[in-house]
Design a protein around this ligand. Structure first.
Ligand code: PHE
Length: 335
């Protein structure tokens, strides 16, 4: 049996050295120290020895057992320390969701407006944000003495070059290039040097609309805008046209909608009047057709222009225009 003890010790040393991780170490523990392990096997056979050799072998066996236990513990410590280096994957752990972005509320409103008009047969046209006085004023029949031509009301860049103050510039560009029938909307950014407050921004978005053909009437304008307003604000929304003035349309109208907050009963948002001003519109002034070179008397048409921020503010119940441009993620997250 002495020989066996020696051999077990040797093979244990070898096996222990070959362990690479806690799992393989556990295998070695079971092989030597387990209930049916090699050391226990020898201990079990102790009782069959004669009284003379039993104490000596018993002592040696006990020494072997402590040796194996100590060596096992030491090895375990070494292997556990190097454990963090191993890749450990907990497949039950929930994944980390990446932050998903989405469209800005202005972009959303803008595409909603575009979709409604495209479904009515309008095409989408765009033009430059840096313009000349001709496109922003002259061609639109805005005379020199008009207050909007003042430097206080327009960002002049150099000479007669400026940042457009409305998207009506694009109706001129479209008509210069195309003969009627024309049925287009023109979305884009516009600039006015207004002091920034809850309802003013030096940059905002407009959508202009233009329809020109041989027999376009004011009733076409009313029908188109009434349908648009019902689609964007809801079927129950009423439309009201009030006489107004724009140099580029004649007759002109200011268009109101029944207050979508109080359904026209009167509240703080509509200043208790029950109506909200939403856009400007009218029949294209013959002087504008003249400026783009259309034969006099041949065509009629309507035009309208609306502010996208205003529509988004009403739709979503936002009371400060600056929120659109602050880039505060807590605000943007809500849309
Ligand atoms: N251009 C006008 C504005 O910016 C809006 C408008 C467009 C009015 C077309 C009538 C027709 O206020």
């Amino acid at each position: 049996m002495e020989e066996e003890i020696k051999n077990i010790k040797l093979s244990f040393d070898k096996d222990l050295k070959n362990t690479k991780d806690v799992e393989s170490l556990e295998g070695v523990r079971i092989r030597y120290l387990g209930r049916k392990g090699l050391v226990s096997g020898l201990l079990g056979r102790l009782s069959s020895l004669d009284e003379k050799t039993r104490p000596r072998i018993g002592k040696e066996l006990n020494l072997l057992k402590t040796y194996v236990q100590n060596e096992f513990q030491n090895r375990k410590k070494i292997l556990s320390v190097s454990e963090p280096g191993r890749e450990r994957v907990d497949v039950t752990m929930p994944g980390i969701l990446p932050q998903l972005g989405h469209l800005h509320p202005i972009t959303k409103t803008l595409s909603e407006i575009n979709e409604i008009f495209v479904s009515l047969g309008f095409t989408v046209a765009e033009g430059p944000e840096i313009e000349t006085e001709f496109y922003n004023f002259e061609a639109l029949n805005i005379p020199l003495e008009h207050p909007s031509r003042d430097a206080f009301d327009t960002f002049y860049i150099k000479g007669n070059v400026l940042l457009r103050s409305h998207t009506s510039t694009v109706q001129i560009r479209v008509m210069e290039k195309t003969q009627p029938p024309i049925q287009s909307i023109m979305p884009g950014r516009v600039y006015r040097p207004d002091a920034v407050d809850a309802s003013h921004s030096f940059m905002f978005h407009q959508v202009e609309g233009l329809m020109v053909d041989k027999l376009i009437r004011f009733s076409d304008l009313k029908g188109t805008l009434d349908l648009f307003i019902k689609r964007i604000f809801g079927e129950k929304t009423k439309t009201r046209f009030r006489p107004s003035f724009f140099p580029f349309t004649e007759p002109s109208a200011e268009v109101d909608i029944s207050c979508i907050i109080c359904q026209g009963r009167g509240c703080r948002v509509c200043s208790h009047g029950g109506w909200l001003e939403i856009l400007g519109a009218g029949m294209v002034n013959p002087r504008v057709f003249e400026a783009v070179g259309y034969s006099p008397g041949k065509f009629t048409g309507f035009a309208f222009g609306m502010g996208v921020e205003r529509i988004a503010m009403l739709k979503y119940g936002i009371d400060d225009i600056r929120l659109f441009f602050d880039n505060d993620i807590r605000f943007l997250k809500q849309f």
